[in-house]
Design a protein around this ligand. Structure first.
Ligand code: AMO
Length: 429
């Protein structure tokens, strides 16, 4: 936030500049002081004399008017010789919870999360959220260019979509409702309702009973669903095209944030697609690592990613052909491979960031599958009903926003990519 005033004093033009921000650092040297002023765009050095310096403390918000001068020693090669200074926001603390003006914030992550308004003032702590903003921006612009419509579906719902017991219950007047684990049923319904191709950026809720580096109880789900597909390959093609677009977009819009984390985003080439069973065999035969039935665990994802990097020079791998028993009821069985589905996961640098696949679109087949899964189709009548009216072959995927941000910047913990995390132990701030 900078404005330049040109004052005309007796025919001589004097240029002054107005800046507003927070006091990042103060160095007192004799009668003058150097202040580093921080705003959203960066840091600039101010030079103030003693009268203006008195009463100033770190993190106060101020505005200052002065003349611009060059100074090789200043962080940006220039500084402002301050003539007027006004305190806009007073400091009301004894000591700051932790220093934020030394590049890295060294405080424990939990302490940083307890004081989120302070930790986020550090440019490095805030950088993941610029990347996240641009991930969402790219998701929207790419999908709109592919003729997808943005939708917003309810988060208070009557029944689960993903199986399992990870649901939060809500008192909904005199009945019990749930928080949506995913917009799964609604995005499928909207494809059938005539939108053909839809996407949603919305919160998803999982009552996971474990606190890990990669799980949240509330996360942002980037959901896609598209109709008139031939197979799950079309879905993987669409996600792959998006990721290529995304990396180009981030290289254009987030250069300084990527540099802060020492990350270089390579051009994405063809992403390998590997049946889950092959991945499990590689883990067992090459690394002696056993996998759980119908899946690979967190450690397996890390080892497999190293193998994929060495063998295919790719940070990504699509794992395909998951067994029916491990996938939700809506997943399309694979007619070419007994007991398997037309679904996939996408692993990126050792972490699952996506699940997707083709869905069952035939009404009779869906009813049969629900019964096989021990579900009563009548409990899902609003969903099942959509399949009576010519539901086209369709499929989709969902990317966890915090997970992809975390992996792009190679952060250690998903909470570093979450503004205000909700986890097993945290419901504030
Ligand atoms: P799934 O349950 O695998 O699939 O979730 C999709 C993606 O969402 C992210 N994710 C999470 N991120 C943080 N914390 C969590 N607790 C968490 N749970 C999931 C992950 C994951 O890959 N309906 C399907 C998607 C589809 O088939 O379209 C679904 O929700 O990045």
């Amino acid at each position: 936030m900078e404005r330049v005033y040109v004052k005309d004093i007796g025919g001589v033009k004097e240029e002054t500049i107005l800046v507003k921000g927070w006091i990042h650092k103060i160095y007192d040297i004799g009668k003058i002081s150097f202040l580093q002023l921080r705003d959203k765009t960066g840091i600039i050095q101010l030079v103030v004399d003693k009268e203006l310096r008195d009463g100033l403390r770190l993190e106060m918000s101020i505005e200052a008017v002065g003349e611009v001068a060059s100074n090789e020693k200043a962080p940006t090669g220039m500084e402002i010789q301050v003539k007027e200074l006004t305190i806009l926001g007073q400091a009301h603390y004894d000591v700051l919870p932790f220093p934020i003006n030394n590049g890295e914030v060294k405080a424990h992550l939990e302490t940083q999360l307890n004081h989120r308004n302070i930790s986020l003032r550090s440019p490095k702590v805030r950088a993941p959220f610029k990347v996240q903003e641009e991930v969402v921006e790219a998701f929207r612009s790419f999908l709109k260019s592919q003729n997808f419509s943005e939708i917003h579906t309810p988060k208070i719902i009557a029944s689960g979509t993903e199986g399992g017991s990870e649901m939060f219950t809500v008192n909904y007047f005199d009945t019990r409702a749930f928080l949506a684990q995913s917009p799964q049923f609604y995005k499928q319904m909207m494809v059938g309702a005539g939108f053909e191709r839809v996407f949603e950026v919305g919160h998803a809720y999982r009552a996971e009973l474990h606190n890990t580096w990669r799980h949240l109880n509330e996360y942002v789900s980037l959901d896609v669903e598209m109709g008139f597909i031939k197979s799950e390959e079309d879905i993987m093609d669409m996600e792959e095209a998006f990721l290529k677009y995304l990396f180009q977009h981030l290289n254009k819009t987030c250069q300084s944030e990527l540099e802060l984390y020492g990350v270089v985003l390579p051009e994405i080439k063809k992403i390998p697609r590997m049946p889950l069973a092959d991945a499990q065999n590689i883990l067992l035969e090459k690394y002696g690592k056993k996998s759980p039935t119908g899946n690979i665990d967190a450690e397996g994802e890390i080892i497999l990613s190293q193998y994929i990097k060495e063998t295919y020079d790719s940070d990504f791998v699509f794992l395909t052909k998951y067994p029916v028993s491990k996938r939700p009821v809506y997943t399309m069985p694979d007619e070419t491979l007994e007991g398997m589905t037309k679904s996939f996961d996408l692993i990126y640098k050792g972490l699952e960031i996506t699940t997707g696949g083709q869905r069952i679109h035939d009404y009779e087949a869906l009813i049969t599958n629900m019964t096989k899964f021990g579900l009563n189709p009548q409990d899902f009548d609003f969903y099942v009903d959509s399949f009576k009216y010519g539901m086209p072959p369709h499929g989709g995927f969902a990317i966890g926003l915090e997970r992809i941000t975390m992996k792009i910047l190679e952060l250690d913990n998903i909470r570093q990519a979450t503004l205000l995390p909700r986890d097993l132990k945290r419901i504030t701030p």
